[in-house]
Design a protein around this ligand. Structure first.
Ligand SMILES: [Zn+2]
Length: 212
């Protein structure tokens, strides 16, 4: 299995291909590739992304069958089943990079901010289980001047939620903590821009590896 840094480089170049409308032929889901993968998988990155239809993970990173182990849930939140999925991939396939991928204008974040600002508790119990996991990350931003600037509040909230999810994964289980300490597992946070198509890896990337 390749290192976390090689995986990161692969995601960055894939995203550049996507942004420049220059998608790789290799990532097309061919018949031959599908058959090859029946023998097993070796995904080089785990991505916890949002369910938003505008952020399909394989497409924005220009990857193909068998490349990415993807978990998608509204608001890219971390609950026990997400932690379990990361553990599974890291153990079974030795995947060493985990990316929490949030995005601009995330509806789950907007819904959480709306609930907090109106101090309503509407919505179903199930939907609230998502909002409740986003709330701690954004609640304190409402106590700052950001509350007078809805655009900036939204932008900062998206990032705060990504950071919170990445942190929850880093400390989500003993197994993950050990893999980070001893086996080169890296958990990073990234934001996809609906406007530009670019993914910005802004959280948890060691400085010497951060080239945008
Ligand atoms: Zn979203």
């Amino acid at each position: 299995m390749i290192s976390a840094y090689e995986s990161l480089a692969r995601l960055r170049t894939g995203n550049q291909r996507f942004v420049s409308d220059n998608r790789s032929q290799d990532t097309l889901a061919t018949h031959a590739r599908r058959l090859e993968l029946t023998a097993g998988q070796a995904p080089f990155a785990v991505i916890l992304g949002c369910s938003d239809s505008r952020v399909p993970v394989e497409i924005v990173f220009d990857q193909g069958l068998g490349d990415l182990f993807v978990i998608r849930v509204a608001g890219n939140i971390v609950a026990p089943s997400q932690i379990g999925s990361v553990e599974f991939a890291a153990e079974q396939f030795s995947t060493r990079l985990v990316v929490v991928l949030g995005h601009s204008r995330c509806g789950a974040i907007a819904a959480t901010l709306e609930q907090l600002q109106r101090s309503t508790r509407s919505g179903s119990r199930n939907l609230n289980s998502i909002v409740n996991r986003i709330r701690p990350a954004v609640e304190e931003l409402l106590n700052t001047d950001l509350r007078h600037n809805p655009v900036a509040l939204m932008e900062q909230s998206v990032r705060a939620n990504i950071r919170a999810s990445a942190n929850q994964l880093r400390h989500g289980s003993q197994l993950i903590e050990q893999l980070i300490q001893n086996d080169g597992l890296l958990v990073v946070g990234a934001e996809y821009s609906l406007e530009t198509g670019l993914v910005d890896f802004f959280d948890g990337v060691p400085a010497d590896n951060n080239q945008g």
